[in-house]
Design a protein around this ligand. Structure first.
Ligand code: URA
Length: 196
């Protein structure tokens, strides 16, 4: 059936997008997944967090950021004055690349318009984008994350802050200070109390 929400000029919902994805086979990753990892959290979140792609734990559970990196992300969210359920969390890719290899251009091409529709559905006040891959895919740039982080970028009218991926922080804990600088800017934008 046609999409009545779109034709009536009403905002498409996350449920509409998930329903349309169905048992997605827009790229080859669909054949190897356990679960499609669509996204989780508050559909009207003020803050949206976008990662790269599901890993092993996420593929098994069907939820983004539930492994070790996800536990660190949850701590970061809480340090920002939010509960995990307050924000909306998803990835650029909805299916796990084999052995967590980097996503291929055809996979990004197949999937990233769905992420854009999720952003429009949630309409957050700010986006936190995690890691080189996600930031480069979202902003359409090859600039390294080290040069992109630390300032807001405009993503279709929404301020987007790039920062290091929590999996990178697990290997390089000395870089937490930079992530804290980045999230503090997001907190400032959202009127969250910044201490320390
Ligand atoms: N890394 C990501 O980028 N996303 C997840 O969901 C888990 C780990």
């Amino acid at each position: 059936s046609p999409a009545p929400a779109a034709s009536a000029g009403v905002r498409e919902t996350l449920d509409d997008i998930r329903r349309e994805m169905g048992e997605c086979r827009r790229c080859a990753l669909g054949a190897g997944r356990t679960n499609l990892v669509f996204g989780t959290g508050n559909p009207a979140a003020r803050l949206m967090i976008i990662g790269e792609a599901p890993g092993r734990d996420e593929d098994l559970r069907g939820e983004p950021f539930v492994g070790e990196a996800g536990q660190l992300l949850t701590k970061i969210i809480e340090a920002m004055g939010f509960a995990r359920e307050d924000v909306y969390i998803c990835n650029v890719l909805k299916c796990r690349p084999p052995h967590n290899r980097d996503p291929a251009p055809v996979e990004i091409e197949a999937c990233s318009s769905l992420m854009f529709r999720q952003v429009k559905a949630v309409a957050p006040e700010a986006i936190l984008a995690l890691g080189t891959f996600a930031v480069q895919a979202i902003l359409g740039t090859k600039e390294p994350i080290s040069r992109l982080r630390g300032r807001f970028h405009d993503y279709h009218g929404i301020p987007l802050m790039p920062t290091f991926h929590p999996a990178f922080l697990l290997r390089n804990p000395e870089r937490k200070r930079e992530v804290w600088d980045d999230v503090r800017q997001v907190m400032g934008l959202l009127g969250k109390e910044v201490s320390g």
